[in-house]
Design a protein around this ligand. Structure first.
Ligand SMILES: C[S@@+](CC[C@H](N)C(=O)[O-])C[C@H]1O[C@@H](n2cnc3c(N)ncnc32)[C@H](O)[C@@H]1O
Length: 265
């Protein structure tokens, strides 16, 4: 069994979440309206959003935590390639406390990270994100969650196939519904400012020539690397076949953007 995230790290894939670039823009637009001097990204993948945030807000300070060494290394190379030196990246284990003091950040964001993690890690992350945010700080989070009413037995079956074919689960059977996500957010001390169904936003091609162009060139180098390596090409074919099998399972998920706030006092 190979892990799709390892493959995506080695091939410089950007925007590993539904609605890709458009969903990231939607998230960053909301961050723009909030104070964002000190920003933390959880699970930054290959670093595309860190580049976008760094270029949008040259005065802000950026931190990121990631569990996969392959992602951590690729993101480091993407930042270097894009000439961004000020993001402080570190690695973190599942369920580990965030290595920052209470109230340190103005804003935290995560894109398609939390819902795939073990249940206990999801709960720890919500508590930890609330702890490291200053009062009045915001947590922007996009996630793919189970469609309303999808039976637990069906979620278990889909997760079984995903683990077998992609090496990761699709989403937590317990927490990853919109209702339970909001419950968890409230239980962890957040108030819900807004929820946005991401199916309503217009998609933007990953190869669009919009800035940051250097980050797109870095992604294209990953694509080139994949094209000339037979082992990577074979892996891609296997994942595409698996994706076709998943598509035959019918609709199962919907993507949401959650805008959560830590009360000011
Ligand atoms: C679906 S990918 C999304 C990557 C990136 N946020 C994006 O949207 O392109 C999930 C990411 O979460 C990372 N991850 C997994 N467990 C984690 C953990 N406990 N803490 C932080 N990141 C984690 C994975 O390595 C992977 O990079």
């Amino acid at each position: 069994m190979s892990n799709i995230l390892e493959f995506l790290a080695h091939t410089h894939q950007s925007w590993i979440h539904p609605r890709g670039r458009a969903a990231t823009r939607c998230l960053l637009d909301r961050l723009a309206a909030a104070p964002h001097d000190k920003l933390l990204e959880i699970g930054f993948g290959t670093g595309q959003t860190l580049v976008e945030a760094a270029l949008r807000w040259p005065g802000s300070r950026l931190w990121g935590v990631e569990q996969s060494r392959a992602m951590y290394e690729t993101a480091g190379r993407r930042l270097l390639f894009c000439g961004i030196a000020r993001a402080q990246l570190s690695m973190i284990g599942d369920g580990q406390a965030l290595p920052f003091s209470d109230g340190f950040f103005d804003a935290v964001y995560a894109e398609s990270v939390l819902a795939i993690l073990p249940d206990a890690t999801i709960e720890t992350y919500f508590r930890e994100i609330n702890r490291v945010l200053r009062p009045g700080g915001v947590f922007l989070n996009n996630e793919s969650l189970w469609l309303d009413g999808l039976p637990v037995a069906r979620r278990q079956e889909i997760n079984r196939i995903c683990m077998e074919r992609f090496g990761i689960r699709q989403a937590s059977e317990q927490w990853a519904t919109k209702e339970n996500w909001l419950l968890l957010a409230e239980k962890s001390g957040f108030v819900v400012a807004e929820t946005v169904p991401l199916a309503t936003i217009r998609p933007v091609s990953r190869w669009s020539l919009q800035p940051p162009l250097r980050a797109t060139v870095f992604s294209a180098l990953g694509w080139l690397h994949r094209s000339v390596r037979p082992a990577l090409r074979a892996q891609r074919r296997t994942f595409l076949e698996a994706q076709k099998e998943m598509n035959r399972q019918g609709p199962m998920l919907e993507a949401w953007l959650f805008h959560l706030a830590k009360p000011a006092t």
